[in-house]
Design a protein around this ligand. Structure first.
Ligand SMILES: Cc1cc2nc3c(=O)[nH]c(=O)nc-3n(C[C@H](O)[C@H](O)[C@H](O)COP(=O)(O)O)c2cc1C
Length: 329
């Protein structure tokens, strides 16, 4: 399949694996790249710029296809070494960066001067238009369904994607709630040039996370996510567990007075314990409503090939069939 996104990124299929904290290691990014999608290493999961340099090199050893690096600009207590990470990306010859969170404007000149395509992930049309204005090459439009940070507008993709299509000139991919060929074909119908998946890629053979995480996604339905940190205007969609329920109780008790320091036990430094050690109640971890559509643990190649095969069938048979009036006439 050829879209503006496959052309821009030099990939075979219009499928991107979004950056994911403690999931987006070289193994997953390379597996997605080898299957013809765009795999993404999560920059900030690497503790230092030197570690990111090594991770990029590890990924390059596993694939000769294009892959990207995610740079997330979220409110954190101590600013990470962004200049060091950007240098590691440039020196590592990476040609795609997925930015997320705050406005990436200050990093665009250096990234673009080095021939790097920037895809900014955003959760509203106004932020997508801003990204276009400051010179991002594409955007990833993340609907309210998404795992991670859906923003504060709560607009689901059935509305957000056509709104984005009506306003944007640069290509965009649909993100949030994407799992299969139906997601891809629907996204294309609504004006996107491809799709970005997070949660779906965690439940793959190559995702380098503890099996408990994959089983938790398989066991979850679309009813099992919760929104946390809304009072802090840093809303995150996570899978429900005992830590999340405790956190939500604190939010209810403390109301508008809640501070990030009140919930540190539930959110700070919990990802390695969950993703690497499989301690599923250690804290809050991002997960999309799409968990309700995930029932197996394929390889990335099996997943992507299945999506592309089923998408072709959907378009050529189901959709085209609706137009076929020969029998009726
Ligand atoms: C476990 C997990 C961790 C994530 N970490 C990040 C991150 O560090 N930076 C980022 O930009 N997005 C992050 N995301 C969001 C994904 O890149 C993607 O936008 C989102 O998962 C799409 O929604 P979906 O899960 O419904 O596919 C994370 C998502 C998950 C599920």
């Amino acid at each position: 399949m050829k879209t503006r996104i496959t052309e821009m990124l030099g990939i075979e299929h219009p499928i991107i694996q979004g950056g994911m904290h403690y999931v987006g290691f070289a193994e997953l990014a390379a597996a997605v790249a080898n299957a013809g999608g765009l795999g993404i290493i999560t920059g900030l999961t690497q503790k230092t710029a030197k570690d990111l340099t090594n991770e990029i090199a590890r990924c390059r050893d596993m694939t000769d296809k294009p892959f990207g690096v995610n740079l997330t600009f979220l409110p954190v207590m101590k600013d990470p070494d962004y200049p060091g990470y950007v240098k590691a990306i440039i020196d590592g010859g990476v040609k795609v960066v997925e930015t997320a969170g705050n406005n990436p404007q200050q990093w665009l000149p250096i990234l673009k001067d080095n021939g790097i395509k920037v895809i900014h992930k955003c959760t509203s049309v106004r932020h997508a238009l801003k990204a276009q204005k400051i010179g991002c090459d594409a955007v990833s439009v993340d609907g309210f369904e998404c795992g991670g940070h859906p923003g504060e507008d709560d607009i689901p993709n059935m509305i957000l994607l056509p709104r984005a299509a009506d306003e944007l000139e640069i290509p965009f991919v649909a993100s949030g709630g994407m799992a299969d060929a139906r997601s891809l074909v629907a996204s294309l119908a609504m004006g996107a040039d491809g799709m970005n998946m997070g949660t779906r890629f965690i439940a793959t053979k190559e995702a380098p996370v503890h099996d408990n995480v994959k089983q938790a996604i398989l066991a979850a339905s679309e009813l099992d996510t919760r929104l946390i940190m809304r009072p802090l205007r840093n809303t995150e969609r996570v899978l429900s567990n005992s830590a999340v329920e405790r956190l939500l109780e604190k939010e209810q008790q403390l109301g508008a007075d809640i501070q990030i320091t009140d919930i540190l036990d539930e959110v700070a430094g919990v990802y390695p314990r969950i993703m690497s050690e499989g301690d599923m109640d250690a804290g809050a971890w991002s997960c999309g409503m799409v968990a309700g559509l995930i029932h197996d643990i394929p390889t990335c190649r099996e997943l992507i090939e299945r999506i592309m095969r089923d998408a072709e069938q959907l378009i050529r048979q189901r959709l085209d069939g609706f137009l076929d009036t020969r029998e009726a006439s």
